[in-house]
Design a binder for this molecule. Structure first.
Ligand code: MG
Length: 257
């Protein structure tokens, strides 16, 4: 699915409290994803967070002092580093296990920050300006992520990116990652929009995000890898199994089902 075709919903401030949930397997993630599909229709405006105030809260959370950049001492940075610490602890404990081990990562707001783009576009999404940003390799690394991914790739983990970015953005994405200090991955999977589709994605061309991502992880497993950890900023990055453990990066800016 094209990112432009996805429903992007600015989540309520309450999503900040859900940003740090770290789940194991699909069941725990399903319980944590309470801010997406199936929301009850509000009966009064007082039960809805004011959108303008939520945007201001998000800016404060990221430590935006007006330059539309996250601050290294922000609450967001602390949350991200806490998840990274948990991820590294998990990977460390399993780094000496035998067999082909993999770390699967989403890209946007998991290893590369979209905050600057989002804040510069009033937390909206425009496929033309977003594609221009991708081509310009404008996305900075999330605090601590280049070091963590470098550590993983030098301690026995094959690193795979599974991103919803379209296939025609694959090279620009790899270039952006390299520019930001990430090591060359074992592989990257992007969304194929036209035939021929990957044969392992039988849902093509109408795969949901969960089908695309979990089906791709199953394909990685079919190559002989054990996916020790899967990290993403959306619950749709994490549902569907095919990972020993999932790690939820913070992102209160949008919701992708
Ligand atoms: Mg993402």
């Amino acid at each position: 699915m094209l990112k432009s075709a996805r429903k992007r919903v600015l989540t309520a401030a309450v999503a900040l409290g859900a940003a740090l949930v770290v789940g194991v397997g699909g069941a725990s993630m399903a319980g944590a994803d309470q801010h997406g599909a199936g929301q009850a229709t509000p009966k009064h405006d007082s039960s809805i967070e004011n959108l303008g105030l939520v945007k201001n809260e998000i800016k404060a959370y990221y430590g935006d002092d007006g330059d539309h950049q996250p601050s290294a001492d922000s609450a967001y940075a602390r949350d991200a580093k806490r998840v990274e610490s948990q991820l590294k602890h998990w990977l460390t404990a399993r780094s000496h296990e035998h067999g082909k081990k993999a770390l699967v990562l989403d890209v946007d707001d998991t290893v590369l920050s979209n905050y600057n783009y989002e804040a510069s576009h009033d937390f909206g999404y425009d496929p033309v300006t977003n594609a221009a940003c991708v081509e310009a390799k404008c996305f900075p690394a999330i605090f601590g992520m280049p070091a963590l991914v470098t550590w993983a790739s030098t301690h026995g983990y094959a690193v795979f990116y599974v991103t919803g970015r379209p296939h025609d953005q694959q090279q620009a994405t790899l270039d952006n990652l390299a520019d930001q200090g990430f090591p060359t991955p074992a592989g990257i999977f992007t969304k194929v929009k036209t035939a021929p589709y990957p044969p392992y994605l039988t849902c093509s061309p109408n795969c949901s995000t969960i089908e695309y991502k979990s089906g791709t992880r199953a394909h990685i497993e079919s190559l002989g890898y054990t996916i020790v950890a899967n990290a993403g900023d959306q619950y749709s990055d994490l549902k569907g199994g095919h990972a020993q453990r999932t790690f939820k990066m913070p992102n209160p800016m949008y919701y992708l089902p």
